[in-house]
Design a protein around this ligand. Structure first.
Ligand SMILES: [Mg+2]
Length: 211
């Protein structure tokens, strides 16, 4: 296998997510909070492509800081089918992502990594990364040394929380963004909470459902 660039912090060898972790590796793997972006971390604007329209959800930065203090790795996973649909370019996406990163940095609430899926099956080949697929979560877990079965999956759509089922973690629906429309289709046992701040409280106070 060709040597690729070493990601920040180095690649941690070991079993992939969903596999049984070997004893010598499991203690090194860290829990994460996988966060959806639009409607969860930033205020929903359909097919957001203008950095000037980026607005963080109230309370989001405090939530991120609290989760980080507790040792959670913060990973944004975002479906960006607007790229496949031709609504905006990958450069537009990156401009928005840079604006979000800047706002989070200024608030002292950076995330550790962001993964995006530019695909949509109706506008190209099917992919493994578009949520509810788990490609982004698996890639993050390999690159950052995460334990998805000890992680949380937070978003405003059912497709954001379904990876928790495949990977063994726990999901939380937030009622910002499209959350109110999605609540009726939520799998049993997945809590629905007001916003990201409330989701952090559920995670940190351990008042969620049993795994
Ligand atoms: Mg969303």
């Amino acid at each position: 296998m060709a040597d690729g660039p070493t990601p920040p912090g180095g690649r941690i060898p070991g079993p992939g997510p969903g596999e049984v972790p070997g004893e010598r590796h499991s203690r090194d793997l860290r829990p994460a909070v996988f966060l959806d972006r639009d409607g969860t971390l930033v205020v929903e604007h359909e097919y957001l492509a203008d950095p000037g329209e980026v607005e963080l959800v109230p309370g989001a930065t405090e939530a991120l800081r609290a989760l980080r203090r507790r040792g959670y790795v913060l990973v944004v996973t975002t479906n960006q089918s607007g790229i496949a649909r031709g609504y905006y370019t990958e450069a537009d996406y990156r401009a928005v992502a840079a604006r979000i990163e800047d706002l989070l940095d200024r608030a002292g609430a950076p995330v550790d990594a962001t993964y995006f899926c530019p695909h949509h099956p109706e506008f190209g080949e099917p992919c493994a990364c578009r949520k509810p697929g788990t490609g982004m979560h698996r890639e993050a877990s390999r690159e950052l040394g995460l334990a998805p079965e000890r992680s949380w999956f937070v978003g405003d759509k059912v497709k954001d929380v379904l990876p928790a089922r495949a990977l063994g973690g726990r999901g939380i629906l937030v009622l910002t963004g499209f959350g109110r429309d999605e609540e009726d289709r939520l799998p049993e046992g997945v809590p629905a909470v007001r916003d990201l701040a409330e989701a952090a409280r559920v995670i940190l106070e351990g008042v969620g459902p049993s795994p």
